[in-house]
Design a protein around this ligand. Sequence first.
Ligand code: CP
Length: 315
Amino acid sequence: MDKPFRRRDLLGIRNLSAGEIVGILNTAENFREINQREIKKVPTLRGKTVINLFFENSTRTRTSFELAAKRLSADAVNISVSSSSVTKGETLVDTAMNLDAMQPDCIVVRHGSAGVPHQLAKVSKAAIVNAGDGANEHPTQALLDAMTIREHKGKIDGLEVAIIGDILHSRVARSNIHLLTKLGAKVRVAGPKTLVPNDFAHLVENDLQVSEHIEDAIDGADVVMILRIQKERQDSAFFPTLREYSIHYGLTNERLDLARKDAIVLHPGPMNRGIEISSDVADSSRSLILDQVKYGVAVRMAVLYLATGGTAISE
Ligand code: CP
């Protein structure tokens, strides 16, 4: 296995090696136990400052980055873009440079445009962590998904993983495809032709099975990952109606029966119940949706620790 993660910024999964990904996951495993204690706080990042700069709404990612920072004793500051000077016309780079001048150790950024974290990394002395950039990447989501899969399947190598839905607009799909294929999983993607880019199979070096039919992707799968229909990123009609989408691509118990008996179901949230996933499936024992959220805190603790100079655990 190659060297574990020793970078300052976490901008995406695409450029990480398998060894770097495993190093982050192992480090997250190490932090997991802190979240089960009665007193959920350790002094690891005492004196460090983390700024959460979110230009898009978030429940899970923003809260878990804040909790992760606080549980490691870092000072966490949340910038609400709607009440910041961005509303007075300050540019993104000027905003980031002004925050950087206050000498934080890490800036966690979410933005609706692809490439914003990469742009900020060029001008910032603080480490930049990508909390989701447009339809490009959402690296910590893929890491917490991988942690959930490892926990419940004991491995990632050799697993058949189906990713279903709005692949075109999904940063979660992109980061997961990179991560899962780098760690040896076989990934199948399925969705309406309009939501699965023609050239998607070329996104990764390894094989990617692309299908128009949800049943082909789910058949015999170990993991079924359902994506949210992203109404906010759709500027034209990609399918006739939500009802029609649900009929053809919604995950129901009947469709899930095509997967392996011990298959697990993941969804990054927020869920559109009754559209991409039925409540029966979402609330079933096969659904690990809340485990994903739980592991998200440990993953973000590991990412903040590594971004501020910590050493990853290789084994
Ligand atoms: N999965 C995810 O990114 O959720 P939030 O948008 O609530 O952060």
